[in-house]
Design a protein around this ligand. Structure first.
Ligand SMILES: [Zn+2]
Length: 291
C-alpha cells in the first residue's frame, strides 16, 4: 500500500494527462490507444521518464510514464511537473502514433539531457519533439516556465533570457530547444497564444509559415531518404523530409559537421508540400540564429 502522499502524486499525473492529451489529439488529428502512468517510490534517481521497453530503468511495462514523484509537484518552476508529464507522453505519442523512434546509439549520451545542451542528434530529435508536444499542448498553462514556456520557445529564449538558437557554443541540430522551436514555428500562426499573458505574438518577420500539425506527423511517418523507410534519427533528416529536398545539407554543413548527406527524398504516399524557402528560413533561424 502506497502512502497517501504518493497517491496524490499519481492523481496529479492522471489529472494533467486527462486535461491536456485531448488538446494534443485535437491539434494533431491523431490519437494513441493508451496512456499509462506508473508512480513508483523505489527509484530516487529518476524524476519522470518514458519507458520504451521493459528493460529501461526498472519499468514494469513499455509505453508507460514512470515517476518517482519528486518532479510531479516540483518546486523548480511553476508547471514543471505538467511539462514533464506531457513531455513523456510526447515520447509515447511519437513512438505509437507517429513512428517508432530510433533508440540505442541515437539516444542521449548519458540517458539525461538538458534544454540547451548540445547532445547526440538522435537525442535532440526525440527530446525536441517531446518538448514541442508539451509546449503546444499545454501552452495556455505553461506560459513562461519551465524553460521560458511557449513564450520562450517562440522567442528562442530560455528562462534566464539566454538564446536557444543555438545556445553559446552550441550546435542547433543537436539542441532539443532549437529543434522544438523549429517544429513550433512550422505549425504556429499569428494567432497562437504564446505571449506572456497568453495573448498572440509577437509576430516574427522570418516566420510566414503555418503548416498543419497533422501534416508534420505524416511527413515524419511517410518520409523515405535514399528510398529507404526510416525512423527519424536526427533533425537533419527531419529537415530534408520537411523541405522535400536533400539540398539543405550544403547550407547546413557550413554551420555544423553533424548533418548527414542523402541523395533523395520520397514519401510512401502523396502529401502536400510547403514553400522550401520559407521552411529553410525557419530551421536556419531556430537552429543557427541566421536570418
Ligand atoms: Zn524525454
Amino acid at each position: 500500500m502506497l502512502p497517501a502522499s504518493i497517491t496524490n502524486y499519481a492523481a496529479r499525473v492522471y489529472i494533467d494527462l486527462r486535461s491536456f492529451i485531448p488538446i494534443v489529439y485535437a491539434r494533431f488529428g491523431r490519437t494513441k490507444q493508451r496512456s499509462y502512468a506508473e508512480v513508483a517510490d523505489n527509484d530516487p534517481t529518476w524524476g519522470i521518464h518514458y519507458c520504451p521497453t521493459t528493460a529501461y530503468y526498472g519499468c514494469q511495462a513499455n509505453d508507460i510514464i514512470k515517476t518517482n514523484y519528486t518532479r510531479v509537484f516540483s518546486t523548480l518552476a511553476p508547471q514543471d511537473g505538467l511539462f514533464v508529464s506531457l513531455h513523456e507522453f510526447g515520447h509515447g505519442y511519437q513512438y505509437y502514433a507517429v513512428e517508432p523512434w530510433a533508440t540505442g546509439s541515437n539516444g542521449c549520451s548519458d540517458e539525461s539531457h538538458g534544454w540547451t545542451e548540445t547532445e547526440n542528434i538522435g537525442c535532440a530529435m526525440v527530446e525536441g519533439f517531446a518538448d514541442f508536444i508539451a509546449m503546444l499542448g499545454a501552452g495556455t498553462v505553461i506560459v513562461t516556465s519551465p524553460y521560458g514556456g511557449d513564450h520562450g520557445l517562440e522567442n528562442n529564449l530560455d528562462a534566464s533570457g539566454q538564446a536557444t538558437n543555438p545556445p553559446a557554443a552550441g550546435d542547433g541540430v543537436r539542441v532539443e530547444a532549437a529543434v522544438a522551436a523549429f517544429l513550433y514555428d512550422m505549425v504556429d500562426g499569428e494567432s497562437e497564444p504564446d505571449g506572456p499573458t497568453n495573448q498572440p505574438g509577437p509576430s516574427e518577420q522570418f516566420d510566414s509559415l503555418s503548416a498543419s500539425a497533422g501534416w508534420l506527423l505524416d511527413i515524419m511517418k511517410y518520409c523515405r531518404l535514399n528510398g529507404q523507410p526510416l525512423q527519424l534519427s536526427g533533425p537533419d533528416q527531419l529537415v530534408y523530409c520537411i523541405e522535400g529536398s536533400t539540398s539543405a545539407y550544403s547550407v547546413a554543413s557550413t554551420y555544423s559537421a553533424a548533418w548527414r548527406s542523402y541523395t533523395s527524398v520520397s514519401y510512401k504516399q502523396s502529401l502536400p508540400s510547403y514553400s522550401q524557402s520559407l521552411i529553410r528560413k525557419l530551421w536556419k533561424y531556430n537552429m543557427y540564429g541566421v536570418q
